[in-house]
Design a protein around this ligand. Structure first.
Ligand code: PGA
Length: 235
């Protein structure tokens, strides 16, 4: 398995918590050969995360990413964060996450527009799909686009529960993931695939054995620096 791990903080943490997390994280990562790590914070904490990565000398192993982008390139769209704003700073962005689809009614077409915005600005999109929407979502892209994205397989019910929201906290089974990898490979041969949904320091060893996965996306368990380090150490 190639070493690639994404922490998705979702709508969590304030600035003090980000600073505390990064202190603990950098200590835990010290002297260890770690996989490539991407921390996807909120847009408001993105500059702080970037600054702390540099301050702790983690730039060669850790980069900062975002959790969403605007469908628009820019203009009179109050409140939007565009790919152009993030260009040169963000290396990755999670797009089409099932929480965006469920709580904000994001469509596959909107996700596709965001993917194009990200690629036009040299930001690698991690496009979230599930069994229900993957054909429709990936069908929005030509082969060249498919070769530039990362596909994240995440069944919505696999997502951990936070404040009674999101999934059911039931991680996907190994066979289910292997089947999906096969289906995704048929549609997008060669495109990197990562898995997300209730990955913890306890079950990571099951996922890290799966052939054809290039990495893991960790939500709830990435909120705790020690738990995140435990996962990283087993990849
Ligand atoms: P989870 O979330 O690890 O809390 O289940 C993963 C994700 O939705 O990115």
């Amino acid at each position: 398995m190639k070493r690639f791990i994404v922490g998705n903080w979702k709508a969590n943490k304030n600035s003090q918590e980000v600073i505390g997390w990064m202190d603990k994280f950098s200590l835990g990562l010290m002297e260890r050969k770690s996989p490539q790590v991407v921390i996807c914070s909120s847009a408001i904490h993105f500059p702080l995360v970037k600054e702390l990565i540099q301050e702790h000398n983690l730039s060669s192993r850790v980069s900062a990413g975002l959790q969403d982008l605007s469908v628009f390139p820019g203009g009179a769209y109050t409140g939007e964060v565009t790919a152009r704003m993030a260009a040169g700073a963000a290396s990755f962005v999670i797009l089409g996450h099932s929480e965006r689809r469920k709580y904000f009614n994001e469509t596959v077409q909107q996700t596709a527009r965001k993917v194009i915005q990200a690629l036009d600005n040299n930001i690698v999109p991690v496009v979230s799909v599930d069994r229900e929407n993957f054909q429709n979502q990936l069908g929005q892209f030509d082969n060249e686009t498919l070769s530039k994205i990362i596909i994240m397989y995440e069944p919505p019910e696999a997502i951990s529960v936070q404040d009674g929201k999101a999934g059911a906290g039931k991680p996907a089974g190994i066979v289910d993931i292997e089947e999906m990898i096969e289906s995704l490979n048929r549609m997008a041969f060669g495109t990197k695939i990562v898995y997300g949904g209730s990955v913890t320091g306890v079950n990571i060893s099951d996922f890290s054995k799966i052939q054809g996965l290039s990495g893991i996306v960790v939500g709830s368990a990435s909120l705790d620096a020690d738990e995140f380090i435990k996962i990283i150490n087993q990849i």
